[in-house]
Design a binder for this molecule. Structure first.
Ligand SMILES: *Cc1c(COP(=O)(O)O)cnc(C)c1O
Length: 422
């Protein structure tokens, strides 16, 4: 019998680092969530997928789910499906995300738009809700779309951006925040997990510091939703946005979600006044009047087909429990750091994430001047991390679809590509 590429990788990784290989096998054998690995679609030729933080894998039953949707919900029920289920889908799915992953009660979350558009709506609404205050606090290294959109709004309304410049590895601290917020701050916009370093911000304390200054707090949850538990309601978060195609596995371009704390819903007015946020969607009247409640965050017809993928993943996370998902995430990133220490640190690779698991989300980042070339070579071999300019590789370890063994295969492949290029 010929060896499969996966088995060959496993065997070679084991020979190259026997202690790490037996450690990976031991951790996988003890992993209470290991049974979920088989819920994901196979990817022929891929031996290590380490990019679940950018694009989560599809569940194995997606082809059947899509076929069923086309045959029944769309093909047979036709336009009746709007009344039967789709009109309420943005709110129903929002509530599902809230209960499974956000620590939030129903009626505060909707699924709609892209993260970028949802950011525009919420930042714009928040600034308008704090008249007399003309500064938006945002992290200098925040994801580009967050900074660009905040800058565009600042220009639009005559506000100023005030930058937080935190430690690149440990991320924004409460002290960083206290140093920049004040009586001019309308809104603070931060990422819960930094997309580069993976640094996890202290959401509760930072939100409290924003409130002490009289500002509103908006969290971008793109890199934390579905992998890091949170308590939006208990921690007093005002506004939040997040992606559904990363750890929620909604598929490329699946829509974002937006959260507005219930007490704020009467005072927050989002700026894109579409018919879906009107008091009576079918009145077709001469003027816009906003509907009360979270539906007001919608603008136009939701992308129903793009909302299929995340539903199975939400069920899976619910079944596993977000606390268990976080425990496995920590086990995977801890193990990746151990493999880094043994295999990559001797080759002058830098660790660009904190060693403190409590201060980290679901990925770790490593740096080396050769990583652009290395990433290209690895993709060709079916080992898939992602490259972040200028010289970082992110190892995104989506807990339900990634094993410790797969993680080791990835780190060994990085090491081998570095050695081969010397
Ligand atoms: C992935 C990500 C986005 C993506 O926004 P889109 O509108 O979906 O392209 C925005 N912000 C952060 C922090 C992200 O990680």
């Amino acid at each position: 019998m010929t060896e499969s590429p996966e088995d060959e990788h496993r065997r070679v990784a084991g020979i190259l680092s026997p202690d790490l290989a037996s450690e990976a096998a031991r951790l996988d054998a003890a992993d209470p969530l290991a049974r979920h690995l088989s819920a994901f679609a196979e990817a022929p030729g891929v031996t290590a997928y380490l990019d679940g933080n950018s694009l989560g894998r599809p569940l194995a039953d997606m082809p059947e789910k899509v076929a069923q949707f086309i045959r029944d919900d769309w093909g047979t029920r036709l336009i009746r499906s709007w009344d039967e289920q789709w009109m309420e889908l943005p709110m129903r799915l929002g509530d599902r995300i809230a209960s499974v992953a956000l620590g939030a009660a129903a009626g505060q979350t909707v699924v709609a738009d892209s993260t970028s558009v949802m950011l525009y709506k919420l930042i714009r609404a928040a600034v308008a809700a704090r008249p007399g205050r003309d500064e938006i606090v945002i992290e200098a290294g925040n994801f580009p779309t967050d900074r660009f959109i905040a800058a565009g709004i600042a220009e639009e309304v005559g506000a100023t951006l005030r930058w937080v410049e935190p430690d690149e590895i440990t991320g924004v601290s409460v002290d960083d925040m206290r140093a920049v917020v004040g009586e001019r701050t309308a809104l603070v916009v931060l990422s819960h997990v930094d997309y580069r370093s993976g640094a996890l911000a202290d959401m509760a304390s930072i939100t409290a510091a924003a409130h002490d200054a009289g500002a509103l707090m908006l969290w971008d949850l793109c890199h934390s939703v579905g992998v890091v538990p949170m308590q939006l309601d208990d921690w007093g978060v005002d506004l939040a946005v997040g992606c559904t195609y990363k750890y929620l596995n909604g598929g490329p371009g699946s829509p974002a979600f937006g959260y507005v704390r219930s007490e704020l819903q009467d005072s927050i007015r989002q700026p894109i006044h579409g018919w879906w946020s009107a008091a009576d969607i079918f009145a077709m009247g001469p003027e816009y009047a906003p509907v009360p409640g979270i539906r007001q965050l919608l603008s136009g017809t939701p992308p129903v087909m793009s909302m299929l993928g995340m539903q199975g993943m939400l069920d899976l996370i619910d079944e596993a429990g977000i606390g268990a998902v976080r425990a496995k995430s920590i086990s995977l990133t801890d193990f990746a750091v151990r493999a880094y220490d043994e295999l990559l640190a001797p080759l002058d690779v830098r660790l660009l994430s904190t060693r403190d698991a409590a201060g980290r989300g679901g990925h770790i980042t490593i740096g080396h001047p050769s990583f652009q070339r290395v990433t290209q070579e690895l993709w060709g071999q079916g080992v898939i991390p992602d490259f972040r300019f200028p010289d970082g590789i992110r190892l995104g370890l989506s807990p339900l679809s990634t094993s410790h063994e797969e993680t080791l295969r990835g780190v060994v492949a990085v090491r081998d590509a570095l050695l081969a290029g010397r």
